[in-house]
Ligand binder design. Structure first.
Ligand code: FAD
Ligand code: NAD
Length: 460
């Protein structure tokens, strides 16, 4: 009998644990090392807890608009510790699920911090145990980023992990960084009753979005009462009159805003701090581990995936990269494709996109744009959720879809249609000709495509 390939996975986040399961399914003898909790950032400090909190915020929204549906609610009260407990329960149920999945596949789980001894051996710092394997996958993730301004380490300043552990709701908060985390936190805290200001240094919130979608989202967020200040370069944070005063530069003028808490959401940085990767010569560049298209580092047999390699720091990307890494470690030769990676923001309304923004597409393509507003969609009226639109960017000559951007109800679920289609190189005709179910918000995608192939039905 041939011996099983031995694979060690460092990190039990979404970059690591699905890869461990894939490797085990492929017949490997797998060891997974996790220094903290299984599920990593996504499950414990990221995607899942934030969405659980936003779901509580959406219950408030439903209560507020209940009259429209003919239901009278006699007020509501936020029980913040119950909101946090519910979030914790969701996390712990899922976390237990990860452990059972790994156990079912007979994956050896070691609790401890891995550190390289040589290219095939890692040592557990806490116990000294050494694990030798044929292949190693590094999926050690990332940590919240910081900015070098005075007062950044003050007691009133929190990162995203600390926000998710708050025991009480602050009366006011300044969020530094209007990216994805900043905007989702702003939405949640604002719904709970906190007075929120976002300071973003670039001209728009979530600057990576298609500009039209970003501008529209920013208006909707401001309409809910969040104070959005863009082009604001933060200069410092000072303790003043029992509050935190954040000063910023806006068009050469200094401004300031005070709040009970300051929340820092200025991006994340790859984390390989405990791994001792320089000892074995693993190349890193600008703070991230460098891999080739097969997810292999410069050291043969050592792979890396997820946030630790930088690039698109999303859970589904980490998970896909990890799976590609172990498939290649097991002898395949498969290239990870980044052609159709969806990106979702769980605001109300939601935002989801895949492919090129209008600005990106214009640089290299002759494009046409199809838009369909949710105001023309029957199901959106049923839901009382008519803000936003579907925007399709396509190549003018062949109609190939280059990008799909949705701001509106169920955008984050609906984008999957565009992801599949773009993976299959679909054209706008393909979407327009596919019969979509009625009444659904997905018909807005079909109608946006129709605007580029004969005209939409429910639009003048
Ligand atoms: P991580 O999840 O960080 O896992 C790395 C693991 O490795 C950790 O558990 C760590 O303890 C362990 N580790 C590190 N070093 C060692 C060592 N030396 N030895 C042993 N173990 C080690 N993405 C989305 O797609 N959708 C979202 O809605 C979303 N929301 C987010 C919200 C927030 C607030 C944050 C912070 C992130 C969010 N993300 C979201 C991003 C997503 O969480 C990350 O992209 C994803 O978790 C990366 O997975 P990973 O496995 O690469 O890293
Ligand atoms: P981000 O990169 O999305 O946003 C950081 C923002 O901070 C940017 O808009 C940037 O211009 C701004 N900024 C940077 N320095 C600043 C300064 N000195 N003053 C003011 N603004 C400043 O990073 P994030 O929001 O921290 O999120 C980290 C990662 O987590 C991202 O990769 C994101 O994709 C992922 N994430 C995804 C989701 C989701 O998919 N729904 C949710 C949360 C986080």
């Amino acid at each position: 009998m041939t011996e099983k390939a031995k694979i060690t996975v460092i990190g039990g986040g979404v970059g690591g644990y699905p890869a461990a399961i894939r490797a085990a399914r492929m017949g490997a003898d797998v060891t997974l090392i996790e220094r903290d909790v299984l599920g990593g950032t996504c499950l414990n400090r990221g995607c899942i807890p934030t969405k659980a909190l936003l779901q509580s915020a959406s219950v408030i929204q439903t209560m507020k608009e209940s009259q429209i549906f003919g239901i009278t609610c006699k007020g509501y009260e936020v029980n913040f510790s119950a909101v946090m407990n519910r979030k914790n329960n969701v996390v712990s149920r899922l976390s237990g699920g990860v452990a059972s999945l790994l156990n079912a596949k007979k994956i050896k789980i070691i609790k401890g911090t891995a550190s390289f001894v040589d290219p095939q051996t890692v040592q557990i710092s806490e116990t000294g145990e050494k694990i030798k394997s044929d292949k190693i996958l590094i999926a050690s993730g990332s940590q919240p980023g910081k900015i070098p301004v005075p007062g950044i380490d003050g007691p009133g300043v929190m990162d995203s992990t600390q926000v998710l552990e708050m025991k009480s709701l602050p009366k006011s908060a300044v969020i530094i960084g209007g990216g994805v985390i900043g905007v989702e936190f702003a939405q949640f805290l604002n719904a709970m009753g906190t007075s929120v200001t976002i300071l973003e240094m670039l001209p728009n919130l979530i600057p990576t979005l298609d500009l039209e979608i970003s501008v529209h989202l920013q208006k909707l967020i401001a309409k809910t009462g969040v104070n959005v200040i863009t082009n604001a370069a933060v200069k410092g944070i000072a303790d003043k009159d029992d509050a935190n005063e954040v000063t910023y530069l806006l068009a050469d003028k200094t401004g300031s805003v005070s709040a009970e808490k300051v929340i820092l959401t200025v991006g994340r940085k790859p984390d390989f701090s405990f791994l001792n990767i320089d000892k074995v010569g693993i190349k890193h560049d600008g703070g991230a581990i460098v891999v080739n298209e097969f997810m292999e580092t410069n050291i043969s047999g050592i792979y890396a995936a997820g946030d630790v390699i930088g690039g698109i720091m999303l859970a589904h990307v980490a998970s896909a990269e990890g799976e590609y890494a172990v498939k290649n470690a097991m002898g395949h030769k498969e290239v990870m494709s980044y052609r159709a990676i969806p990106s979702c923001i769980y605001t109300s309304p939601e935002v989801a996109c895949v492919g090129l923004s209008e600005e990106e597409a214009k640089r290299n393509h002759d494009i046409q744009i199809g838009r369909f507003p949710f105001r023309g969609n029957g199901k959106a009226f049923v839901l009382n959720d008519i803000e936003g639109m579907v925007k399709i960017i396509a190549d003018r000559q062949y109609g190939q879809v280059l990008g799909v951007h949705i701001l509106g109800p169920h955008a984050t679920d609906m984008i999957a249609e565009a992801v599949l289609g773009m993976n299959m190189e679909m054209t706008v005709m393909d979407i327009a000709n596919a019969v979509h179910p009625h009444p659904t918000v997905s018909e807005a995608i079909m109608e946006a495509a129709m605007t580029l192939s004969g005209g939409a039905i429910h639009m003048p």
